[in-house]
Design a protein around this ligand. Structure first.
Ligand code: TRP
Length: 448
């Protein structure tokens, strides 16, 4: 990769890794998916569950993935194989790679729309989100554009590609969000939105809320399919897995919570319903921009930075599938990258057509969702949760306790005191909690 062919690339610095992992985590998941998912699931009660999921499930799974990756220095399939050779565990790695490819495909559709919104904003085009995305001549070329952008960055390799981008642009996004939040909370009617977002009404929690919160935690932290195994494989033994994991989770959560503070206060002012679905942020944000001096410029900059945040996320998705093809199938890196991109593009087309362009794709028979919604539900929620169950079990029960503890202790002296807590969570709490949520979800599904 970035070093000699026999040696695997490593991040150039500790901060480089943290920023890249944060770049993978922070993306449309925080700014686009989190607000509408919270809006559809009762607001504050959802936020509360989400935070619990991050702390007690997301964080331990993150530590598990990073340590498996650093120990084995492999892609997800190779990693399971290295610790438990010739066992069916490699199928879990394979499932992760496939899930990554599927997420990449539909994620690039909405990322493409984000790029489109830069142009839409500067050209004072006021078409609504639903009209805009119903146009296949918009969504398909934008999907293609985003896939190609991702390829171009990934080809630069770990250091030049991923790190450089993340370092410069992530902080800028944070600053712009603060400015926008200040405007949003001072809009008329902001307090109604704030109380929806921050004052929990626990009667709104249903079985559906649990899977939504859990799935959102995995999606947002890029967990459950081996992205953090792959990123961990480029970590050095000097790096502290625990503090890095905490840092990444903290910033990821901070940005999501901030996105809520940005969107919800402006909701009622904008006259948009909290359960408006995937179009939510795209409908609400322009209303905030319009209330600021130089709003067009601010709006365009925001969509630009959001596109970059999406790019640092799609990079990680493409990287997982690529690492698999390079490490396991010995395909040349350059070829692998283009091949994966082509598949992601083709696989993304039905999603791009499911915002109204093609009627049956927009409202799939039987499932009652659009093709895009179905992909997001199946891969972005269910498959990540399934993957996380197995990753927890693998770490907790298959990987020898001494070995995992020794691995994490390197770079994190004093971990052994905490090891029992992490092991307890990964052995019992995470797999059982996630399995229960999945079980009730399927029971619901069959009953309903
Ligand atoms: N976490 C990213 C976001 O919030 C999306 C993402 C990137 C992802 N890589 C992933 C999600 C791996 C699940 C698994 O936008």
């Amino acid at each position: 990769m970035s070093s000699s062919p026999t040696e695997r690339g490593e991040w150039s610095s500790k901060i480089g890794f943290i920023l890249a992992a944060a770049g993978s985590a922070i993306g449309l998941g925080n700014i686009w998916r989190f607000p509408y998912t919270a809006g559809e699931n009762g607001g504050a009660a959802f936020l509360f569950l989400y935070l619990l999921c991050i702390l007690f499930i997301g964080l331990p799974v993150m530590i598990a993935e990073l340590s498996i990756g650093r120990r084995t220095r492999k892609d997800p399939v190779g990693a399971f194989d290295a610790i438990k050779p010739k066992s069916p565990w490699r199928l879990i790695g394979f499932m992760g790679v496939f899930t990554g490819l599927a997420i990449l495909a539909y994620y690039c559709v909405i990322a493409g729309v984000t790029v489109g919104y830069i142009a839409k904003t500067v050209s004072y085009n006021t078409t609504s989100f639903s009209e805009y995305t119903a146009n296949p001549l918009m969504t398909i070329p934008l999907l293609l554009l985003f896939v190609v952008l991702t390829v171009l960055v990934v080809q630069g390799g770990v250091r030049n590609g991923i790190e450089r981008w993340a370092k410069i642009l992530m902080p800028l996004l944070l600053i712009l969000m603060v400015v926008l939040i200040i405007r949003s909370v001072t809009l008329e009617g902001a307090s109604r939105g704030l109380s929806f977002y921050l004052k929990p009404d626990f009667s709104k929690i249903t079985g559906k809320t649990f899977l939504a919160a859990l799935g959102q935690a995995f999606f947002s932290l890029s967990l459950g399919m081996g992205a953090m195994i792959t990123y961990g494989s480029y970590l050095s033994k000097k790096d502290n897995i625990v503090t890095s994991g905490i840092f990444v989770s903290f910033f990821d959560t901070l940005i999501a919570v901030m996105a809520g503070l940005l969107i919800f206060p402006a909701l009622f002012f904008a006259g948009v319903s909290p359960d408006a679905g995937p179009g939510l942020v795209f409908e609400v944000l322009p209303v905030i921009f319009a209330k600021l001096p130089g709003g067009t410029l601010i709006g365009a900059s925001f969509f630009l930075l959001l596109s970059v945040a999406a790019l640092t996320s799609t990079i990680s998705l493409l990287e997982v599938v690529t690492a698999y093809l390079v490490d396991e199938k010995h395909i040349l890196r350059k070829r692998a990258v283009w091949f994966v991109a082509a598949v992601a593009f083709l696989f993304g087309i039905p999603s791009a057509l499911s915002f109204g362009a093609v009627e049956w794709l927009s409202d799939l028979p039987l499932v009652g969702m659009s093709f895009f919604g179905f992909m997001d539900w199946l891969f972005g929620n269910v498959m990540l949760a399934v993957g996380a169950v197995f990753i927890s079990i693998f770490f907790g029960w298959v990987w020898k306790r001494v070995k995992s503890t020794t691995e994490i202790e390197e770079g994190c002296p004093g971990y052994s005191a905490w090891a029992p807590v992490i092991l307890f969570l990964l052995r019992f709490f995470c797999p059982i909690a996630i399995a229960i949520v999945l079980f009730f979800k399927f029971k619901d599904l069959i009953a309903g």
